[in-house]
Design a protein around this ligand. Structure first.
Ligand code: G3P
Length: 217
């Protein structure tokens, strides 16, 4: 299972990278705005800075909502760095643009996916990644994890190569449940990733080991 961090915060990206478990980064316009990154030139520089920190794929989202605009923006983003994955919204023109980029061998991430049907379309269009938003489904009393299960079943039925990138992951149990279901990738905040480290018995056990060592030395 690949671990992506879902942030545009360079310090958090560095921290996850330093842990040695990071496979990539996902961003979106809201995450960029949260870090105060505005204006095309700053956004482009920020993507380049992220690519310098991590070794894996970095999703960069287009702002255009029409096919021509998405192609124009996506091509510019893809030319920034070989690690850039063009992130496209799950709308008709996004599906068309996904097919366009996949035919050209450019990696894509189809985002804002909330149903199995949308995920099926993304796979048919040759998406590298599909991003079902599990936390936002949970927010409206709909089982986000069930969507991951449905997509896994459909993709396995037809051996689609599109990777299921569980997105809008909010906490550690989302990560563990996605791993049990077989999501290929999860993207979440640093808090959810580092939360996996924690267990009180580990802390108690380590404390005892160190205390016992000190007794004998
Ligand atoms: O990966 C998608 C993500 O950025 C959305 O997360 O927590 O805003 O629903 P959230």
């Amino acid at each position: 299972m690949k671990f992506f961090i879902d942030t545009a915060n360079l310090e958090q990206i560095k921290e996850a990278q330093a842990l040695g478990i990071l496979d990539g980064v996902t961003t979106n316009p809201s995450l960029m705005a949260k870090e105060g990154i505005t204006g095309e030139a700053n956004i482009i520089n920020h993507y380049k800075a992220i690519c310098e920190i991590v070794d894996g794929d970095v999703s960069a989202e287009v702002i255009a909502t029409d096919f021509e605009g998405m192609v124009r923006e996506g091509e510019a983003l893809a030319s920034l760095h070989p690690q850039i994955v063009v992130k496209l919204p799950m709308i008709g023109d996004g599906v068309k643009a996904c097919k366009y980029f996949s035919d050209k061998g450019i990696k894509t991430n189809v985002t804002l996916v909330f149903s199995a049907g949308q995920a099926l379309l993304a796979a048919k269009a040759g998406a590298t990644y599909v991003s079902p938003f599990i936390g936002r489904l949970d927010d409206i009393s709909t089982d986000g994890l069930n969507l991951i299960t449905e997509i896994r079943e459909i993709y396995d039925n037809y051996l689609f190569e599109t990777q299921i990138l569980a997105a809008s992951v909010r906490h550690t149990m989302h990560i563990i449940d996605c791993a049990k279901i077989g999501a290929d990738v999860m993207t979440g905040p640093l808090s959810a990733i580092s939360g996996l480290l924690k267990h009180p018995l580990t802390d108690i056990g380590l404390e005892k080991f160190l205390a016992d060592y000190k007794k004998g030395n």
